[in-house]
Write a protein that binds this ligand. Structure first.
Ligand code: UGA
Length: 468
């Protein structure tokens, strides 16, 4: 199929590259000429595992091209709208980019065309979009509107595209759903081989859900808000664990064994960040408000999340007292591992707070330092964790990069001023770190568990095996 994807950001570029990979002729559009030129020269505007190889391969065989929106929409059989919907000051999603695209489609697209909203948008945006299209449509255009929310996670977006749990299709006419099935057909085939794991065959059957556009739009916001609620919930449980001397990792393990709860998204820490959860929770509160529903639960989810960094910094204050002129190493700047994205990253808020208290911050992140430099030019950015730890009085772990799992702690102990690790992501076992002579303060866990924290973990695993 001849497909256009409007927006070459995280969602758009990933979607465009993967649609090309499954055989479609794809034109990916953006209004930023610099970005288009960068992509045409084979460079990626951001880091996402495996994206570069898929973009280059498909550009090489002519299945993927880059153009302006005005050019891309001409002659397209399906147009995916993947432009940004950033938050306005009042928390609403800014839909101006979506509206502009709708106008361009109306004026320049022709024939029978699927217009697919993939950007995260408030419920009933589809209806507005349809009105705009009708208003601007030229006489040669017949549009079918589809809501097909994206559930890709940064850092594993390519894998998520090829192995989705579900594909949600919101339509007004069954015919549009059939055409969407045509687009995704390779993924529905159980013998499909994903290019990221070439030897794997899609094992699980993909859940294909066809519904109305309003419900599809709500599924996206409700899913992100629910996941954010899970995180704030476990973060409060972590605080309670700290207060009473329990271990939140054990509590989460036990809770997650209940299939109704499940183990995912129960990792406590310094809060959720990124460009999706914070803005989507905020937008969902506003959507509910405008419809006369007070979603006070979500307001508290936001409040709990906002308090996480202060709580994290307080742990260091408890140890170092005054932070002015004290050297603190921050490990991790991205909002989560495997991305260079620092938008609404808790680590960035952490650096802001440390700097404002006069601490001397040295930071290391495997991917995100360049982007962080633009926000805090005066922070000392290091090329490895050891350089960051040199002379530090505390190490604060803000992002759980795999690289941090195998650090040489003996080396670190020799170069720091004080062997203090405050871990906002619970990457290590407290007892093991204490054995290494490191004072370790995790999240929701006793600093020392009489040395048998690990054996408790093993026995709960054993119990599980027995009960299975
Ligand atoms: C999220 C959703 O997971 C995707 O399904 C969705 O498509 C995407 O938003 C979007 O709306 O575009 P993403 O923002 O890439 O994806 O990141 P997640 O992996 O969901 O993590 C979000 C934040 O929650 C991160 O800051 C992460 O550190 C935090 N988190 C996650 C926790 O603190 N604890 C957990 O147990 C899980």
């Amino acid at each position: 199929m001849k497909i256009s994807v409007i927006g070459a950001g995280y969602v758009g570029l990933t979607t465009a590259a993967c649609l090309a990979e499954i055989g479609h002729a794809v034109c990916c559009a953006d209004n930023d000429e610099n970005k288009l030129n960068l992509l045409r020269s084979g460079q990626m505007p951001f880091f996402e595992p495996h994206l570069e190889e898929i973009v280059l391969r498909n550009c090489g065989v002519g299945r993927l091209q880059f153009a302006t929106t005005e050019t891309a929409v001409i002659g397209a059989e399906a147009i995916f709208i993947c432009v940004g919907t950033p938050p306005l000051d009042n928390g609403d999603a800014d839909l101006s980019a979506v509206a502009n695209v709708a106008r361009t489609i109306g004026q320049r697209a022709t024939g029978n065309c699927l217009v697919i909203e993939k950007s995260t948008v408030p419920v009933q945006t589809g209806q507005q979009l349809k009105r705009q299209l009708q208003l601007y449509a030229n006489k040669d255009l017949h549009c079918d509107l589809v809501s097909n929310p994206e559930f890709l996670r940064e850092g594993s977006a390519i894998e998520d595209f090829f192995h989705p749990d579900r594909v949600v299709i919101g339509v007004e006419r069954q015919e549009a759903a059939s055409r969407m099935e045509e687009i995704y057909r390779p993924l529905l085939d159980l013998t499909f081989q994903c290019p990221v794991h070439p030897n794997c065959q899609t094992k699980k059957k993909l859940a294909w859900m066809v519904t109305d556009t309003n419900s599809a739009e709500l599924i996206k916001h409700a899913s992100n808000s629910f996941l954010a609620t899970k995180i704030s919930f476990i973060n409060m449980v972590a605080d309670l664990c700290e207060a009473v001397g329990a271990d939140v990792t054990k509590v989460a393990l036990g809770m997650g064994m209940d299939v109704r709860i499940g183990p995912a998204f129960l990792n406590p820490g310094i809060g959720f960040g990124g460009f999706c959860f914070p803005k989507d929770v905020q937008a969902f509160v506003r959507i509910a408000q405008k419809s006369g529903c007070d979603f006070s639960l979500l307001k508290e989810v936001e409040n709990i999340n906002k308090r996480r960094i202060e709580h994290f910094v307080e742990k260091v204050r408890q140890e170092l007292w005054v932070l002015r002129d004290r050297k603190i190493a921050v490990f991790g700047l991205a909002f989560k591992p495997n991305t260079d994205d620092i938008r609404f990253a808790p680590a960035i808020e952490l650096v802001r707070m440390l700097v404002s208290e006069g601490a001397v911050v040295s930071a290391y992140d495997p991917q995100a330092s360049e982007r962080a430099k633009a926000v805090f030019p005066d922070v000392h950015y290091c090329s490895n964790p050891y350089e960051a730890a040199e002379g530090a009085e505390a190490i604060m772990i803000a992002t759980e990069w795999d690289e941090f799992r195998n650090l040489d702690w003996d080396r670190i102990k020799r170069i720091v001023v004080r062997p203090l690790v405050v871990d906002g992501r619970n990457m290590f076992q407290p007892a093991e770190m204490n054995k290494r002579g490191i004072q370790y303060i995790g999240t929701g866990r006793p600093s020392s568990f009489g040395g048998d924290s690990d054996s408790v973990a093993v026995s709960s695993q054993e119990l599980r095996t027995v009960s299975n």
